[in-house]
Unconditional design. Structure first.
Length: 257
C-alpha cells in the first residue's frame, strides 16, 4: 500500500508582509514561489478563484517547484458563489479545461468553497457533486468542498459527500462551522486561528496537537493523504506556522518530497 502523505502550506506565495517575515532580502519577487516551495510542501492557490489561468501559467508553477510539491486550486467564484450550484456546469467544465492538468503530479485537490450565505439544499448539492469529474485528460481529480453555512452540519450532507467520495473541508475558524467528519479519501484542513502575538501564529501546543491529528489521519486503519493550510487569521504568521508544523511532523512526514 502506498504510504499516505502529509503536506503543509499556506495560501498563495505573494503577500507583501512576507517580505519581512518570510522571504530573505536576496530573494527577488519572481523567485518567491521557488523559495516558498523549498520550505513548504503545498500551497493553496487563491488567484484561480478570481480569474482563470492559462496552461502556460500552470506549467510555469509546475516547473518552479520541487518534486513532490503540490498545489490546491480554489475553484472560480462564478462556479461556487451562485444561488443554484447545479447550473454551474458550463463554467465548471471551463475551469477544468483551463489547463490545470499541466500541473501533472503536482495537482492537489480542487477546493470548492461555497458562499457563507449559501444554505444546504440536498437536491441542488447532489446535482452539483455529480458534476465534479473524477479525471481530466488522464489526470485524477480530487475534490474538497468547503461549506460555511451552519445548515450543512447535517448527516444528509455528509452522506451525499461520502457517496461521491468528496472530502468535506475541516475549517478551524470561529466564524464558520467546523465539520470534522471524514467523508473522502483524503483530509483537507484550513487553519484560520493564527494570531499576531504568537511568532508561529498558533501556540506550540496547538501545532503539536494538529501534528498528532495529521499523523493519525495518515496512519490509521485506512491511511489518507492530508493537506493542511495555515490561511488568513494573522496571515503574516502563516509561513512560520506551516514550517513549525512541518518540523513537528518530522522528516518522514512533514518534509517528505
Amino acid at each position: 500500500m502506498k504510504q499516505a502523505q502529509i503536506r503543509v502550506g499556506i495560501g498563495g506565495w505573494s503577500y507583501e508582509p512576507w517580505r519581512k517575515t518570510f522571504y530573505p532580502k536576496n530573494v527577488a519577487k519572481k523567485d518567491e514561489l521557488a523559495y516558498a516551495s523549498s520550505k513548504l510542501t503545498a500551497i493553496e492557490v487563491n488567484s484561480t478563484f478570481y480569474r482563470l489561468q492559462n496552461p502556460a501559467v500552470f506549467a510555469k508553477w509546475r516547473d518552479s517547484t520541487p518534486d513532490g510539491f503540490m498545489f490546491s486550486l480554489k475553484a472560480p467564484r462564478f462556479v461556487t458563489h451562485r444561488k443554484i450550484l447545479a447550473k454551474a456546469g458550463p463554467h465548471l467544465r471551463r475551469f477544468i479545461g483551463s489547463g490545470i492538468t499541466e500541473l501533472d503530479t503536482k495537482l492537489g485537490p480542487l477546493l470548492w468553497q461555497l458562499d457563507p450565505r449559501h444554505a444546504f439544499d440536498a437536491d441542488d448539492m447532489q446535482r452539483f457533486l455529480d458534476l465534479l469529474p473524477g479525471e481530466a485528460h488522464g489526470t485524477r481529480l480530487r475534490h474538497a468542498v468547503n461549506v460555511r453555512h451552519e445548515s450543512f452540519a447535517t448527516p444528509r450532507f455528509l452522506k451525499l459527500a461520502r457517496q461521491r467520495g468528496v472530502t468535506v473541508v475541516l475549517e478551524d475558524d470561529e466564524n464558520f462551522p467546523c465539520i470534522e467528519d471524514v467523508t473522502g479519501s483524503f483530509i483537507y484542513t484550513r487553519l484560520r486561528r493564527s494570531v499576531s502575538s504568537k511568532p508561529t501564529g498558533y501556540s506550540p501546543a496547538a501545532i503539536a496537537a494538529w501534528a498528532a491529528r495529521a499523523r493519525t489521519w495518515a496512519s490509521g486503519a485506512r491511511p489518507r493523504d492530508v493537506f493542511m493550510y495555515f490561511i488568513n487569521g494573522a496571515k503574516e504568521r502563516a509561513p512560520a506556522a506551516a514550517m513549525s508544523l512541518i518540523a513537528g511532523l518530522g522528516p518522514r512526514r512533514g518534509a517528505q518530497r
